[in-house]
Ligand binder design. Structure first.
Ligand SMILES: C[S@@+](CC[C@H](N)C(=O)[O-])C[C@H]1O[C@@H](n2cnc3c(N)ncnc32)[C@H](O)[C@@H]1O
Length: 298
């Protein structure tokens, strides 16, 4: 896996700044979230604790709460502003129901998928819609495996290397810098899941095309979403007008029926928590409460 690792602070800052207007442009995110929820309905589960990993503005949090009203939801995001937005949106979606004593409030945590602020074997379902492409696959899947109970389920979407191929090609006509984030392919993702010890991983991909009137409109949407170029090999400093003009000209070769396409390769994946929970980390051995007590933690 040779992709350059993204810069965490920049990711947190970009998404933090995006929290307010993210929902206005999160078209693909809603589609993949709905598809992931559809796929989830094929599995019979009664999760006690659900982690929405990279909760964003919390749109899926409310849908998960409706589907699993007895579950304790945990919302984690690297951007504090996203966590705050998720909390505000959830309260609004709940309406008057929030005053009912029986309503279980989600737990909101600012945290990193690569270093989750959660105990070993503590979650029955992890739902991660378009979050893991911002993470190192080996570290994040190892963390997911650590917190997932052995019979727990991970359901996620991520982005594959065909994503924004037109924009990548347009920028390649300007210089050799990485202007569009690099994404891992399904095989690398599968390998990282296996290495982490997740059980029975299943992956597939689907291509989506969003359309724009201009390439500037696409780049503007990406900025509003917080999906900035965060690769370490990106070009620093401001991008000149001439460079943007060249991108716009090159992008024109893709125009069909008066519109410019933006391709997204979405990776859909799921896996079960594996049994092997002992992790060796620089001399440290983590043994879960479950393993010591020989029973499920509640
Ligand atoms: C494209 S948004 C998806 C948000 C939400 N899941 C949805 O379906 O709308 C990606 C989210 O992942 C969060 N994120 C990125 N890297 C993360 C990390 N390492 N740990 C936790 N959250 C992360 C971002 O802050 C952002 O809110």
């Amino acid at each position: 896996m040779s992709n350059q690792l993204p810069n965490k602070n920049l990711i947190a800052r970009s998404f933090g700044q995006a929290a307010m207007y993210y929902d206005d442009v999160a078209v693909l995110q809603r589609q993949t979230g709905d598809e992931l929820l559809d796929r989830l309905s094929l599995v019979t589960l009664q999760p006690e604790r659900i982690l929405d990993l990279g909760v964003g503005t919390g749109r899926n949090l409310s849908l998960l709460a409706k589907r699993y009203p007895k579950a304790q939801l945990v919302a984690v995001d690297i951007a504090t502003e996203m966590v705050q937005q998720a909390r505000a949106n959830y309260r609004q979606d709940e309406g008057l129901k929030r005053w009912l004593p029986s309503s279980i409030k989600p737990i909101y945590l600012a945290g990193d998928a690569e270093n989750l602020p959660l105990a070993d074997n503590s979650v029955d379902l992890i739902f991660a819609n378009l979050t893991l492409q911002w993470c190192d696959p080996r570290t994040s899947f190892a963390e997911i495996q650590r917190v997932l109970r052995p019979d727990g389920l991970l359901m996620f979407t991520s982005l594959g290397p065909d994503t924004l191929t037109e924009l990548r090609q347009a920028w390649a006509s300007v210089d050799d810098y990485t202007h569009v984030n690099m994404f891992y392919d399904m095989h690398d993702v599968g390998e990282a899941m296996m290495e982490a010890g997740l059980a029975e991983p299943v992956l597939d991909t689907d291509h989506y095309t969003l359309t724009y009137e201009t390439s500037m409109a696409l780049m503007k949407d990406l900025k509003i979403l917080g999906a900035r170029n965060v690769n370490s090999a990106r070009r620093r400093g401001l991008t000149g007008k001439q460079a943007l003009q060249k991108v716009a000209e090159t992008y024109e070769q893709f125009r069909i029926n008066d519109l410019l396409p933006a391709t997204y390769e979405v990776v859909y994946g799921h896996a079960w928590g594996g049994q092997a929970k002992q992790q060796h980390n620089e001399g440290e051995v983590r043994v879960s409460i479950d393993q010591i007590q020989g029973r499920k933690a509640s």
